[in-house]
Design a binder for this molecule. Structure first.
Ligand code: FAD
Length: 486
């Protein structure tokens, strides 16, 4: 522990963000990096408690008190190696993780928790700047080949670990560039794409082969993969969005959030867009859905110059304090105000959408909504809702973005052709901790297995699945496990 009295002396300093009006003029990241003195004080606030709940709160099992101490001592090389021992991509989680570690920080009981996420970002950026991050090829190649399908954080983490174990790894990605939702989904203002490209280039130097525009089961033959690779990791994400089948669904101007967000990611890259442009400029925009995706639609709509942005959530407004058994989006995020909300939008809770109203040309002109009252059980869990009489109304709008989450992976094509078993929710079935499907050589990780989740979970599952593949191929594995199994 660096400074015994640190947590008594220093208060948490929130990272400084560029002013909302200014940051709306661009798509770049706007959270300013901590100054060295600031990061040193934050690290000094870590109490090094006997039981580091932050560490168990992190899906990767990041060894947080130890890297905090190294940061406080100014030993960046040590901090980097501690951080990288459990997390392949801290530059992603250090920017966009909701930081369950901070929710678990013991200091949070009566003070603000340690800014673990910012410290993590600082360590990895310092490591890149100081040249500690170098492409490392494995010393020995095993001669075994593994195909990873999908290049999101789960696929990338699996590929990185399998390559480290000496296997020859090829990553297949149906999009034109790798990264999954890190690349085409999460907006640049949360995660700039040069950060993603920097990591992909490093993985390529380490020996991983990326094949883009390769839609497995469509333009890449499954039989060829099954023949040429000793193992396959399915990391295709959870890509089927939840729809809202109410009257008027075919109105021109109602779109899935991902179609809108992906186009903007492409525009920032100066890539061409083949589909009809979906733009918020000059429009009254309504975002239906109160999670991360909805929030990203708000930030993007405001940057595109929307006339107004309104977000509706069917669930009741969450309390400002933790209530047990509350479903998403009320738990674990509680009442979440994201940077996109700060930039401007009207929010409505317990609002049900009833009809997309079209004009005579079929263009969207309004959304019919109604307020609902939720029946809540003794533990605070919302059970069912009833419309509140007299609250039905129409709200003019020209663009509606559906951001109500994702159901499961796409079944047609790859999954159906492979014949892998699915679970009751339609995700690829594999027991947590085993990652092996009903077909022995095929493993799965990330959102494709656990359903829509978080980047930190995708990385964690990719790492753990890689270990299981390595064991399958070699009979043993020296890759680390988050449970500390040697
Ligand atoms: P994905 O990232 O979805 O990657 C799967 C990849 O597989 C895709 O590139 C897809 O094209 C490819 N693929 C699928 N099928 C095939 C095939 N047959 N052949 C070849 N390639 C295929 N999480 C956070 O922690 N913080 C956030 O701020 C956050 N924001 C988000 C914002 C949005 C808009 C969305 C949609 C999600 C967000 N998430 C966030 C969740 C997070 O992005 C996901 O949990 C994570 O990316 C899942 O990783 P994955 O590797 O399992 O899948």
């Amino acid at each position: 522990m660096g400074k015994v009295t640190g947590f008594l002396e220093y208060e948490r300093t929130a990272p400084v963000k560029q002013d909302a009006k200014e940051r709306l003029k661009h798509y770049n990241e706007f959270v300013k990096a901590y100054q060295s003195e600031q990061v040193n004080k934050e690290a000094a606030r870590c109490m090094d408690c006997g039981v580091p709940f932050c560490q168990s709160g992190c899906p990767l099992g990041n060894v947080i008190p130890e890297f905090n101490d190294a940061v406080y001592q100014g030993n960046w090389e040590l901090a980097t190696s501690i951080l990288l021992s459990t997390n392949n991509f801290p530059e992603f989680t250090g920017r966009i993780c909701p930081a369950p570690c901070e929710s678990a920080c013991v200091l949070g009981i009566n003070k603000s928790p340690v800014s673990i996420e910012e410290i993590e970002k600082h360590i990895i950026e310092m490591a890149f700047a100081k040249g500690y991050i170098k492409a490392e090829q494995p010393l020995i190649r095993t001669g075994k080949k593994v195909a990873v399908i999908g290049s999101g954080p789960a696929g990338l983490a699996a590929a990185a670990q399998l390559n480290r174990a000496g296997h020859e790894v090829t990553v297949y990605e149906r999009d034109d560039s790798p990264g999954g939702l890190l690349n085409y989904g999460i907006p640049d203002f949360k995660l700039q794409k040069d950060v993603v490209t920097r990591r992909i280039q490093l993985l390529e130097k380490e020996g991983i082969v990326f094949k883009c525009n390769s839609n497995v089961g469509v333009n890449v033959e499954l039989n060829t993969l099954l023949r040429d690779f000793q193992s396959i990791v399915l990391a295709g994400g959870s890509t089927i969005p939840r729809d809202l089948n109410i009257p008027g669904r075919n109105a021109k101007g109602v779109h899935f959030a991902m179609d809108f967000l992906k186009q903007q990611n492409k525009r920032v890259k100066n890539f061409s867009i083949e589909q009809e442009a979906i733009l918020a400029s000059g429009k009254d925009v309504i975002v239906i859905g109160g999670g991360d995706t909805g929030s990203d639609c708000i930030g993007t709509s405001n940057r595109q110059g929307a006339k107004s942005v309104t977000q509706f959530e069917i669930m009741p407004m969450p309390s400002a304090h933790r209530t047990v058994n509350m479903p998403w989006p009320t738990y674990p995020m509680l009442l979440k105000v994201t940077s996109s909300h700060e930039e401007g939008c009207t929010r409505g809770w317990a609002v049900n959408s009833k009809e997309f109203i079209k004009d005579e040309k079929g263009d969207l002109k309004a959304l019919k909504i109604v307020d609902v009252e939720w029946q809540i059980d003794a533990s605070g869990r919302p059970l069912s809702f009833a419309e509140i009489e007299g609250t039905e109304r129409e709200l003019p709008c020209q663009l509606i973005l559906l951001a109500m989450g994702f159901l499961h992976p796409q079944k047609e094509g790859m999954l159906e052709k492979l014949g892998v078993e699915l679970d009751v929710r339609g995700n690829v079935k594999a027991e947590e901790g085993k990652y092996q499907t009903n077909i022995a050589k095929i493993f799965t990780a990330g959102d494709m297995r656990r359903g829509q989740s978080l980047v930190v979970w995708a990385i964690s599952e990719g790492r753990e699945a890689a270990r299981k593949v390595d064991e399958y191929l070699m009979g043993y594995s020296k890759l680390p496990s988050k449970d500390g199994i040697p």
